[in-house]
Design a protein around this ligand. Sequence first.
Ligand code: PNS
Length: 164
Amino acid sequence: MHRIAVVPGSFDPITLGHLDVIDRAAGLFDELHVLVVHNPDKTALLPVAQRVSLIEKAIADAGLKGDIRVMSWSVGLLVDYCTDVGASVLVKGVRSQLDVAYETPMAIVNRNLAGVETVFLLPDPAHAHVSSSLVRQVAALGGDVTPYVPPAVADYLRIPTAES
Ligand code: PNS
């Protein structure tokens, strides 16, 4: 059986914690879709297309093995994407009990909606404190984000914008 899993998220931007979870998930499934989901509840730093290309670059630079596809999705339910591509599993990285508490209702709803199961993976504890929101804040205030993100993201965030 060809098992397809989806790793969904905002990835605004992708962090080393995300990359670690993607690497672990790629080793568990035949085909992995890293899915950039537009979250209307969050103010975005990067356009979705930029997030996709940074994820692709991070995966290539890190030499991750496996059939990993980077996609984006902005219309409808996440489980509709899963059904469309034949994915039966969602993968989420959980850093702490807080993440488990946040993810659990979504996992139950996604299972009830479409029978899609959620697998929680534990990232390397070295990344336990890393989040995209923290990276966005450090970058916005001129701090060094290199310990938290793949080199492609650090390079991108260092490029001065027209406003700065
Ligand atoms: O990286 P994030 O922002 O924590 O990711 C959250 C995300 C995108 C996975 C979540 O917002 C989501 O699942 N959105 C899809 C909308 C949906 O299907 N909602 C209903 C079931 S939870």
